[in-house]
Design a binder for this molecule. Structure first.
Ligand code: IYR
Length: 223
């Protein structure tokens, strides 16, 4: 068993009471401008932006620091086309029979359908995989803990980092997503978690007129 090794916490920043309130308010104002976009332009994005945002995602808290995620970044149009074809096939089945009417009713305000042109238009598709375990070269496996929770938190960091850089995202989840392992050549124990579409919105992009729940609806304080 490895002995714990600790170093002083030097990077944490604290602020005055007023500044703390102001920073929290500012962050909320910034992050609430984030909108899920379904209409992307083909305007290029520098690869370094994607790399930095993935590095930010990789700092997320996670089970036993085992970092149970993998990010596959697709820039290649041929691969995007393959993904679009496979995703649209799943989505056609979803919208034309597989999805219960209650689910379709819940989606109605978003106006989604099985047509997914953004999978080819957007400059990047970032496919996030969650790894239930690590596979060593000698064939042995090491279990990861809280893989899905950890990958969910990292995905949140990634979306926030991309938003902060001025980019738009779409968390796309064609179901099932196993076709992504095949197209992207990822091992079977990696579970496709989210297909994140990344780029700039098209000039004519619109978003659904929907609102977020109030603080009282999403929280309670016990004092
Ligand atoms: N995967 C489908 C359906 C869909 C499901 C949910 I839950 C959404 O929030 C949005 C869409 C699609 O992408 O169209």
């Amino acid at each position: 068993m490895t002995e714990p090794r600790h170093i002083p916490l030097t990077d944490q920043r604290s602020y005055s009471v007023d500044e703390t309130v102001e920073r929290s308010r500012n962050f909320y104002q910034e992050i609430k401008r984030r909108r899920t976009v379904r209409d992307f332009s083909d305007q290029p994005v520098s690869r370094e932006v994607i790399e930095n945002c993935i590095l930010a995602a990789g700092t997320a808290p996670n089970g036993a620091n085992l970092q149970p995620w993998h990010f596959s970044v697709v820039e290649n149009l041929g691969v995007k086309t393959e993904i679009r074809k496979a995703a649209e096939q799943e989505e056609e089945a979803f919208y034309n029979g597989k999805a219960p009417q209650t689910w379709l009713d819940a989606l109605a305000p978003l106006g989604t359908d099985s047509n997914k042109p953004f999978l080819e238009t957007a400059p990047y598709l970032v496919v996030i995989f969650s790894k239930s375990h690590e596979q060593r070269n000698d064939g042995s496996t090491v279990k990861n803990y809280y893989a899905n929770e950890s990958t969910g938190i990292a995905t949140g960091f990634l979306i926030a980092a991309l938003h902060d850089a001025g980019l738009a995202t779409l968390t796309h989840t064609p179901s099932p997503m196993k076709f992504l392992n095949k197209i992207l050549n990822r091992p079977a124990h990696e579970r496709p978690f989210v297909l994140l579409v990344v780029g700039y919105p098209s000039e004519s992009a619109v978003v659904p007129d929907i609102s977020k729940k109030s603080l009282a609806e999403i929280s309670n304080f016990i004092s």
